[in-house]
Ligand binder design. Structure first.
Ligand code: CS2
Length: 476
């Protein structure tokens, strides 16, 4: 099968939605740090639609922060790729054309810095995951002892962190006298705009003090809430989509039909006509962000840890299991939903039902393992705010006990920025290791009402888990 490229489009064997703008003549207006499946199924699609509907020079330069995988997949395809959206009832396939270039930061540092600095770049978007913000125990200010940050502060001209890279690019932008730029975080981090502004400010004060005032006056960091479930791409999925297209697409992405992007209306530069593509702009993003993080993502993490302990591979298998499914719904009803501040016109019941239907989507093949990654970072954003007020019968404490059990008592693989520390705790048998583990996830004396009582409850639940397994524990 020929490879998907601009030149092979005539050989497509199905009718797919195609970009209607002239890809050859668009210039780049956006730099995206952390190009991965999520960005290509979300922000790149909104931008593709916006250009199809309203034009504009909003090509995206995608930057990989570490590996060259995405560049190897996309560059031979003229950066074209397909997105298949399905929910078990309806299906649609489109080709996305908004990505115009992929750069790999470790080998193309100067190109990345130039792209961030370019006058044509009006927007910088980020999907660098929770750990990319390099925050410390308070979850919003810079952790100067983070090894990546320490290394970047020692050599700010050769950064490896996203923060260091962004700061270096903005310093070049300042030196060229170029226009203000809007930086939009698209990660599942509470108050993500404030967090990126804060870590960037702290980093530049140390690395490039002369940049601080410019940063204040020439950047804005609106918070944004992004939502679309995008499982990591698999070879089987690429093959399936290639067969549908009649062309080999090594960058094929499958996702759900649902998609949402809400952005705080605080731009200091022009933007694509994202509104036409369905983006909502709001003055106060906090309630939307809170609902998404503390209901969708919080239950997602619970599904992942309980699911892994029950030997389930995929999210839909967990929520369609009678006991685990009931547990997840009770967790939402009794713990997560009552703790939310919901705008008066927002139908939380309908949102929950829609969410459960999204989790049940049989087409997604969303692996529990994918969501379970980086637990020490995710728990603080998703569970901690609710955990702070949790009482005796809290299902959230059951979910937290599941994470602790998984880390301390099983040999299930751990993928986490604190992996070495977690694996070391796994080998220990002393009494203090539970508290040390919780501290890794920012659950400490300072962040919960009574750490002693929380630890006692977790220990009891761990005992039950050891005796009867996760199904016995969630059924209580
Ligand atoms: C998931 C999210 O992997 C995870 O941690 O909870 O990626 C989730 O699928 C998205 O936030 C949905 O918008």
């Amino acid at each position: 099968m020929p490879r998907l490229t601009e030149a092979s489009l005539g050989e497509l064997s199905v009718s797919v939605e195609l970009p209607t703008y002239d890809r050859d003549s668009i210039e780049a207006g956006i730099v995206h740090l952390g190009i991965g499946a999520f960005q290509r199924a979300h922000q790149a699609v909104y931008t593709d639609q916006a250009m199809s509907l309203s034009g504009g020079n909003w090509g995206i330069i995608g930057v990989s922060l570490r590996s060259d995988t995405v560049a190897r997949q996309l560059l031979p395809q003229d950066c074209l790729y397909s997105v298949l959206s399905e929910d078990g009832v309806e299906q649609s396939l489109r080709l996305v054309g908004s990505v115009t270039q992929v750069l790999v930061a470790p080998t193309q540092l100067d190109e990345v810095v130039s792209a961030i600095a370019a006058e044509a770049t009006a927007i910088i978007t980020l999907t660098i995951t929770e750990k990319g913000y390099c925050t410390g125990p308070d979850g919003h200010s810079l952790d100067r002892s983070n090894p990546l940050i320490e290394a970047d502060l020692a050599a700010p001209e050769a950064p490896r962190s996203a923060i260091g890279l962004l700061a270096l690019g903005l310093r070049r932008r300042q030196s060229l006298g170029n226009s203000p730029v809007t930086v939009i975080s698209c990660d599942n981090v509470a108050a993500n705009g404030q967090v990126i502004a804060c870590v960037l400010k702290e980093y530049t004060e140390l690395a490039f003090p002369e940049l601080s005032a410019w940063l204040q006056n020439n950047t804005s960091c609106p918070s944004s809430m992004v939502d679309r479930i995008v499982p990591a791409s698999t070879e089987a999925q690429q093959l399936r989509q290639s067969q549908m297209l009649g062309l080999t697409d090594c960058s094929a992405i499958a996702t759900e039909r649902f998609s949402q992007w809400i952005i705080e209306d605080n731009f200091c530069s022009p933007r694509p006509d994202w509104r036409a593509a369905g983006v909502q702009y709001v003055d106060n993003i906090a309630p939307y962000e809170e609902i998404k993080l503390r209901l969708l993502n919080a239950s997602h993490s619970a599904i992942a840890y309980c699911g892994l302990l029950a030997g389930k591979e995929f999210v839909d298998q967990v929520v369609t299991d009678r006991q685990l499914g009931e547990f997840v719904e009770t967790l939402m009803n009794d713990d997560l939903m009552p703790a939310l501040n919901v705008p008066s016109d927002f139908d939380l019941g309908a949102y929950k039902s829609q969410l459960l239907a999204r989790f049940r989507n049989p087409c997604l093949g969303h692996r529990c393992e994918q969501i379970a990654m980086d637990g020490s970072e995710k728990i603080g954003h998703r569970w901690l705010p609710v955990l702070q007020g949790s009482g005796e019968n809290s299902k959230l404490i059951v979910a937290l006990a599941a994470w602790c059990y998984l880390v301390l008592y099983t040999d299930i693989a751990i993928s986490d920025p604190k992996e070495a520390q977690l694996l070391q705790l796994r080998t220990r048998r002393d009494d203090s290791r539970l508290r040390e583990l919780l501290a890794c996830a920012r659950v400490t004396q300072r962040t919960v009402t009574s750490l002693d009582s929380l630890c006692r409850q977790i220990e009891q639940k761990i005992d039950k888990l050891a005796q009867g397994g996760i199904l016995a524990l969630v059924s209580i």
